[in-house]
Design a protein around this ligand. Sequence first.
Ligand SMILES: NC(=O)c1ccc[n+]([C@@H]2O[C@H](COP(=O)([O-])OP(=O)(O)OC[C@H]3O[C@@H](n4cnc5c(N)ncnc54)[C@H](OP(=O)(O)O)[C@@H]3O)[C@@H](O)[C@H]2O)c1
Length: 311
Amino acid sequence: MSPQQGRKIAMVGATGTIGSVTLAALLKTNIHTITAITRTESSATFPSGVTVKKGDYSDASFLASALEGQDVLILQVNMMPNAMESQVTLIEAAAKAGVPWVLPTEFGSDIYSPIARDFPMTGMKKKYRDLIEEKGLSWIGIVNNPWFDWSMKQGLWSIDIPGRKATIYDSGDVKFNTATLGQVGRGVAALLSLPDDKLDAYKNKPVYLRSFLITQREVLDSAIRAMGTKESDWEILKQEPEVAIKASRDAVAAGNPFAFVGEFYLAHMQEGRGGNYEEKAAKDAEVLGLKGESLDEVIKRVVEELGAGSK
Ligand SMILES: NC(=O)c1ccc[n+]([C@@H]2O[C@H](COP(=O)([O-])OP(=O)(O)OC[C@H]3O[C@@H](n4cnc5c(N)ncnc54)[C@H](OP(=O)(O)O)[C@@H]3O)[C@@H](O)[C@H]2O)c1
């Protein structure tokens, strides 16, 4: 692995779902100086060793002092529109302060895949990458697909562990990439520890992170094992993807704005929509020195955390 380089890193959203694991991984390297920028109204508390700057994101002088001398700004804000839009003043302030690198709030699906075109939640992030470029800074977009463990706990891969129910699309044998929260944190920390010449190769580009390349059937089999159950203990429905997609779209049309999530997850498990970025992820894993993970171990942890282990 390349020698590591320490940086001055400012983080926004550093105690959030992805921010907290990123912060932990960055602190673990012991080579970076971390400043957490947080909103006046936030109740977030930070570990020792982190400089905290609390203030109003519409206050240019606050942001100028918080960002002065930083090498990187990581934005990991909540996905609600007002939080996403707060990136604008933060990026503008980073430009004024001369922060060369910004990791905008991406942490989702492949920005160059059909998924990014089909789902506004992914596509709308482009304007923040464009703004970073317009301001003369460089972005790196973290691609990690839906977070595996986080999604699994909510049954979002159509496998409900506590309920022992699953809907398998077609034969459930389409391969897709996904990363655990921990792997994303380790990936960002490894990326920002690269020496300048290696980091430069990612200027205005995505980085592809993954824990595994798996199929829905493999996930279900692993869950059945981790629960100490047999397939006959589960209610397993096989469904044509087209039927599930129509149901998801009908529910959106009927006024449920969150019903797109059904099709969104399914899209990652369909051939040709961009859920499989293994070739690019394998290359990035080599540069970052990132190992894959064991599906069985991750699922076992999910089962334990759900308190769903015993029969
Ligand atoms: N791949 C996936 O499966 C997946 C899933 C969910 C989200 N994501 C992506 O990851 C991003 C981060 O998600 P998350 O779940 O980690 O977020 P989160 O935990 O809900 O929130 C992160 C931080 O956002 C800050 N925040 C909240 N409201 C804000 C506002 N109005 N303006 C500015 N900052 C605000 C808070 O920081 P302070 O309190 O310190 O200010 C909070 O800790 C999302 O935007 C989305 O793009 C990906």
